[in-house]
Design a protein around this ligand. Structure first.
Ligand SMILES: Nc1nc2c(c(=O)[nH]1)N[C@H]1C(S)=C(S)[C@@H](COP(=O)(O)O)O[C@H]1N2
Ligand SMILES: [Mo]
Length: 336
């Protein structure tokens, strides 16, 4: 039997659904008893990751477990959620309790608590700059007017740890197509909210707030580049960047700017918060590269959260086929 193995970020076109359809399907599966409430809410499960059943998982089960009779429960009927390399997704618990979000606190295990109750509604994202159709997008419009997909991506933090995360989002390219960048637009600049009332970390004098990040236009238009509003099929929690954040899985995690309020198309390369803080340590590109060390540590290996030993870090975090062409002819040591 020929089984086309989908890459983690690929979804069969028949499975592309709106966010609400996706959630409806989940409650439908739940009502059939195919998934326990506990399996859907991974927080209830210990490691290893839960037998989280999603649209993809169900399709995989249908093809991967031909020996099971209809309705017969088997161990393989509820496959683990995993990336295209076969590594399991981290638990909801891990993804929501080990975070970097310096506007709240630099203590990864405390972000969830400090960010609890952070108001993310109402929320608007202003999209402008060098575009023909500038606009202010309400978060509900972003959630409902763009078809959401599930993408199971690896996330590699520049500090040397990593996770596998099932995000829900839509390609940034879909939003950029709507605002119609002019030919002068060469980069996209993203800005995090600056909420002094709820973000105690903003009083830190070490950083130039607000948190800024940027992408070159072709990076922004790449299919891997996602605007994320959910995780494990639920709306994002504040610690993960609610209500909307960027995810670029071939770059170090810090490129994934959280709680975005402003997106501008610009002519010049933006200076990110990290470039401003330590230009010799953090460049604009920040592509995952095991051969280019951070000035203070090697990037050759990483610790997958939930594992005890280190594993090799992959070039472009394992997404070389999708993005290497973007950097053809560029010196990746100079453009770190
Ligand atoms: N606004 C903002 N965005 C941010 C950060 C931050 O401190 N502030 N930290 C970055 C870093 S270093 C990483 S590794 C990821 C972590 O995302 P996660 O907590 O959802 O896993 O968010 C990135 N986005
Ligand atoms: Mo990071």
């Amino acid at each position: 039997m020929l089984i086309k193995k989908l890459k983690g970020y690929e979804i069969p076109s028949s499975e592309i659904t709106s966010h609400s359809q996706y959630l409806n399907r989940r409650s439908f599966l739940k009502s059939l008893g195919l998934v326990s409430a506990g399996a859907l809410l991974a927080a209830c499960r210990p490691d290893p990751p839960p037998g989280y059943l999603d649209a993809q998982g169900q399709a995989a089960a249908a093809t991967a477990a031909p020996t099971a009779l209809p309705g017969e429960p088997t161990a393989t009927a509820v496959p683990m959620l995993m990336d295209e390399l076969g590594d399991p997704a981290n638990t909801f618990e891990a993804i929501t309790n080990y975070n970097n979000y310096y506007e709240f606190t630099t203590d990864k295990q405390m972000v969830a608590r400090v960010a609890e109750g952070f108001p993310t509604s109402p929320w608007e994202v202003e999209v402008g700059g060098l575009v023909r159709n500038p606009g202010i997008y309400d978060i509900d419009a972003l959630r409902n007017d763009f078809d959401h997909e599930e993408r199971i991506y690896r996330m590699r933090c520049v500090e040397g740890w990593s996770m596998v995360i099932p995000w829900n989002g839509f390609p940034l390219s879909k939003l950029l197509e709507k605002v119609e960048p002019t030919s002068d637009a060469k980069y996209v600049r993203f800005q995090t909210v600056e909420d002094r009332e709820h973000m105690p970390g903003l009083s830190s004098p070490w950083y130039e707030w607000p948190y800024i990040e940027g992408l070159r236009m072709d990076e922004a238009m790449n299919d891997l580049t996602l605007m994320v509003t959910g995780m494990y099929g639920e709306d994002l929690l504040p610690q993960n960047g609610a209500p909307i954040r960027l995810v670029t899985p071939w770059k170090y995690g810090f490129k994934g700017v959280k709680s975005i309020v402003k997106i501008d198309l610009v002519a010049e390369q933006p200076t990110s918060l990290w470039m401003a803080a330590a230009p010799n340590e953090y460049g604009f590109y920040a592509n995952v590269n095991p051969e280019v060390s951070h000035p203070r540590w090697s990037q050759a290996t990483e610790r997958r959260i939930g594992e005890s030993s280190r594993r090799p870090t992959l070039m472009f975090n394992g997404y070389e086929d999708q993005v290497a062409h973007l950097y053809a002819g560029m010196d990746l040591r100079q453009n770190y």
